[in-house]
Design a protein. Structure first.
Ligand code: NAP
Length: 313
């Protein structure tokens, strides 16, 4: 987005590719709301927006199931070598049926470790239940305070399957056949999965990342995949995005990469667009956005409009 074009804007409808750092926010004196077409808001300096009185809207909830569908599709694709098999066929290498051709890993009965036990992580667990997988999860930092993780864990399983089990990160990494990332990108989660975490994982494990690329140390990931210390990866997000054409990950057959399309279904993108617009309208009408990533913000927009000032407490 051109900062010059946005200078007169009261609201910005932003994409995850638009960066709003403190300097950019300071340079937009009229801005009342940044409405992000995403649930993640790591492209926006939330503290700077809050200081400036700029509300940040986002689109949680409505993209949960669609993103979990894609995460599970990547898990299946990496386990059963779908993209590799497709390249094999198109490349004219399919000569005959062979007992050792394109052997992959079983998904049913395997153990799935979920890092990020929020909306999408739990939607992933529901899919895993259908495949008879055992689910381990890392409780979030607010799990104890709210009790949210445990109650949702009990609610999300079918009667004949064991409940998802809360475990430490070390245990999750050591015991899982698939590790799926669903945490937001924050200063705590940046490079949360690096060389020492990969060293704890099974050599036969597969990493799925539909959260944000920078949660994983890219060089460490490339190293373990190349060395055969990790069986494969399914990535919808990379660091950087888009991934460079010469990135070594693109030369590894055991990696499936999609171009950040987790929420990209016709129906979900329409809902996201509607919610992003509603978030803007809320601010124009003097309220916080209905889905506000910085709910403590004191709205600059309301203070500029004496007719609405003081309406909302
Ligand atoms: P959510 O409901 O807020 O869940 C995030 C979970 O991560 C929460 O349970 C939170 O725990 C946990 N968490 C945060 N920091 C943690 C840490 N340091 N250690 C362990 N757990 C931690 O969000 P969501 O809707 O599931 O979305 C998750 C992320 O997916 C988004 O932030 C976004 O980056 C990504 N995403 C990607 C796509 C795509 O197109 N690929 C689409 C949608 C979303 P607490 O509840 O205890 O705080």
């Amino acid at each position: 987005m051109s900062c010059a074009r946005a200078r007169q804007a009261d609201a910005v409808l932003s994409m995850v590719t638009d960066r709003f750092d403190a300097a950019t926010i300071r340079a937009l004196p009229r801005l009342g709301v940044i409405s992000n077409l995403a649930v993640g808001v790591d492209n926006i300096d939330l503290a700077a927006a809050t200081r400036a009185g700029v509300a940040v809207g986002h689109t949680p909830g409505i993209l949960t199931e669609t993103t979990a569908d894609l995460a599970f599709a990547l898990l299946m694709a990496a386990a059963r070598r779908i993209a590799e098999g497709d390249r094999y066929v198109r490349g004219g290498r399919w000569r005959t049926w062979g007992p050792k051709v394109m052997l992959g890993r079983d998904v049913h009965g395997a153990t799935l470790g979920i890092i990020g036990w929020g909306a999408i992580g739990q939607a992933m667990a529901r899919r895993a239940a259908g495949f008879g997988m055992r689910v381990l999860y890392l409780p979030g930092p607010h799990a104890t305070r709210s009790g949210r993780s445990d109650s949702l864990a009990r609610a999300s399983v079918t009667a004949d399957l064991p409940a998802p089990v809360p475990v430490s990160l070390e245990r999750l990494l050591a015991d899982s056949d698939f590790v799926s990332l669903h945490v937001p990108l924050t200063s705590e989660t940046r490079h949360m999965i690096g060389a020492s975490e990969f060293a704890m994982m099974k050599r036969t494990a597969i990493l799925i990342n539909t959260a944000r690329g920078a949660i994983v140390d890219r060089d460490a990931l490339t190293g373990v995949l190349r060395a055969g210390r990790l069986a494969g990866a399914g990535l919808d997000v990379t660091d950087p995005e888009p991934i460079g054409p010469n990135d070594p990950l693109l030369r590894l057959p055991n990696v499936v990469i999609t171009p950040h399309i987790g929420s990209a279904s016709h129906a979900t993108r329409l809902k996201m667009a509607e919610l992003a617009v509603d978030n803007v309208i809320d601010v124009f009408e003097g309220r916080h956005p209905r889905h506000c990533a910085n709910p403590t913000v004191r709205l600059r927009w309301r203070e500029r409009r004496p007719d609405t000032a003081g309406e909302e407490t």
